[in-house]
Write a protein that binds this ligand. Structure first.
Ligand code: SF4
Length: 118
């Protein structure tokens, strides 16, 4: 089986062609660098995504947050729900861990920016 996909690891957006056999990627072409091969393998077997969003703090001021590492694609909606329910109080420093192992994904939710309590 052959699958066409676009690498999203950098703005080049290389058009990849991956060959699969028994659910395993056996060959990748079209990638300009090795990251494309890794992307195709992950995307076709266990796709992951980084999540970035905003939390409204208890002071009513928004704080941008993100997953420290990508999470399984099928957990994204649960992760976003967990982030939205997160009670966050200012001040927050960039890199502060706001939630550990979100939804059992193995990834933490961290503040993406420092926000003072003004
Ligand atoms: S294969 Fe390499 S150069 Fe091409 S989009 Fe992916 S990361 Fe960028």
């Amino acid at each position: 089986m052959t699958k066409e996909l676009t690498c999203i690891c950098c703005p080049m957006g290389c058009a990849l062609t991956a060959e699969l056999e028994d659910g395993k990627v056996t060959n990748v072409t079209g990638n300009t660098c090795p990251r494309g091969k890794g992307y195709a393998e992950t995307e076709l077997t266990a796709p992951v995504r980084s999540v970035t969003t905003t939390v409204i703090t208890q002071q009513g001021i928004p704080v941008p947050v993100k997953t420290k590492t990508p999470v399984p694609k099928d957990k994204i909606f649960d992760v976003v729900r967990a982030i939205k329910a997160l009670p966050v109080s200012l001040p927050v420093k960039m890199g502060d861990v706001l939630l550990v192992d979100v939804c059992g994904s193995g990834s933490d939710i961290v503040a993406a920016r420092t926000v003072e309590n003004s």
